[in-house]
Design a protein around this ligand. Structure first.
Ligand SMILES: [Zn+2]
Length: 279
């Protein structure tokens, strides 16, 4: 099981993401508007607020989450996406100054749901829900997304064994043992970084190694080319002629090793949000 975990983060989300990123890239090439959009967005760096809806889909009572645990995850996002996480003091010297304040803040949407709490929706399900097909649909035992053009929808459930999280067009799913920093979380994915990583994908980022090997890249200038995922905290690993950026959120280390996004990643995520999620 533990061997599965490092790869599990990739399992569904990245495949879906690559298709999505590819389609967006093609549209931009055809339209010839990429430079115009890039220039406009580079000059726009205001703080963006993102309303979130959390769907807790539980089969066993032990898979239900407390409000405090949900808030602990929102708190992690608001540190990681503002370069305000206290563990940034552990940033490797080689990459000091690469960390970016993405200038995004997340909050529970002001929509009162069945829990009596704003932005928190809970469903007790009789079925196993662990794929985008069933988790993202009430017809198959999951929960339907709520106004996905307006809200960031996040599902928390007991996913397939070893799967940390995935994303689809509807939103993002995270296993209930890797959501937030308390309650049901389990070491070493117990600091809320699964959602930070999956949000990077959802906002258009690839892994640092692209599809793998030194011929493939994430398309971002300030992340060194990296041959494959590094699942340890080893900061001395060299591949493709440079030191791997092991502590980047788009690597696949355990939670305590992941610390930052770069300016290039920030730029790509914000560009995606302005173009694809204008509301
Ligand atoms: Zn990933």
């Amino acid at each position: 099981m533990t061997k599965m975990r490092p790869n599990a983060r990739v399992f569904v989300g990245c495949r879906i993401l690559l298709v999505k990123a590819c389609i967006i890239g093609l549209i931009m090439q055809v339209s010839g508007k990429e430079n115009i959009l890039t220039n406009r967005h580079q000059s726009t760096d205001e703080l963006l607020f993102i309303p979130v809806i959390i769907h807790v889909v539980y089969h066993e009572n032990a898979e239900d989450l407390s409000i405090e645990q949900i808030n602990s995850q929102i708190s992690v996002l608001n540190k990681d996406f503002r370069a305000n996480n206290v563990d940034l003091i552990n940033l490797e010297e080689l990459f000091e100054g690469f960390e970016a304040d993405v200038n995004l803040e997340f909050f529970l949407a002001d929509t009162l749901l069945n829990t009596g709490y704003y932005g928190i929706h809970k469903i007790s399900t009789e079925q196993s829900v662990s794929t985008p097909d069933n988790l993202f649909s009430s017809d198959s035992g999951g929960a339907d997304p709520i106004d996905p053009d307006k809200f960031l929808n996040i599902w928390v459930a007991n996913l397939s064994e070893g799967l940390l999280g995935f994303n689809g067009v509807e939103g993002i799913a995270v296993d209930y043992t890797h959501f937030g920093t308390m309650g049901t979380v389990s070491d070493p994915y117990d600091l809320g970084r699964t959602l930070t990583h999956e949000l990077g994908h959802y906002f258009s980022l690839d892994h640092l190694w692209g599809t793998g090997g030194c011929e493939s890249d994430d398309g971002i200038e300030d992340t060194p080319n990296q041959a494959s995922s590094v699942n340890s905290c080893d900061q001395e690993i060299i591949s493709c002629g440079s030191t791997d950026m092991v502590q980047n959120f788009m690597n696949l280390s355990t939670d305590e090793c992941l610390l930052f996004f770069t300016e290039g990643q920030k730029s790509k995520m914000r560009k995606y949000l302005y173009e694809q999620k204008p509301n």
